[in-house]
Design a protein around this ligand. Sequence first.
Ligand code: DC
Length: 223
Amino acid sequence: MVLNIAMDGPVGAGKSSIADAVANALGILHLDTGAMYRAIGLTALRRGVDLADEQAVTELARQIRVSVAHGGDGQRTLVDGEDVTALIRTAEVSMAASTVGKYQGVRREMVALQQRLAATTPMLVDGRDICLRVLPDAPVKIYLTASAEERARRRWLEMQQKGDTTPYETVLADLKARDAQDMNREIDPLRPTEDAVIVDSTELSFGEVVEKIIGIVKEKYHE
Ligand code: DC
């Protein structure tokens, strides 16, 4: 069986960087599924598709080809062959990704694509519905979280370092709004599955979280 690790969690829990480090340590790829929803959100914004129009957004998701490539610098995300990796990290695209992720047709396309990728290649897959829908049989399932204030604080610090002066209160409000949309949507809302190990990183350093997750993986594989 292919070694797959499923990881879910809310906005800013550090999933992407933690998943990168864990996957590297285990010698497997890290599939960032959020980037795929971001690619659809970005394309909808660029083409002036009304995000509230489920049918139009679903049609768009069916028309375009989202793909990923993994190289030395991690995952690159493409739309119809165009590399959009550098364009999908804005606040506007974050919220657009969360909105397009509410739609059944969009989720169906993305889940099928992610399952195809994970079926042949060992991967750590991170997102919102991975434990529940994308990899329900994954041998290791992690729900990575932290308090909203701590997640906002980390994101705010990161933004400051990049010269972004958005106030902490705005970062916290945006994070809570996106959490609410991801956790309260009708289809596969974000929540820990019963078989997931919950890792709360509020009081832990980056290195401690990575070590903890590697420990969980090793324990499962010794069972
Ligand atoms: O992980 P992220 O912040 O890059 O994800 C962006 C948005 O995409 C997130 O707010 C909700 C959506 N998403 C999803 O619905 N399902 C996933 N598996 C991953 C992301």
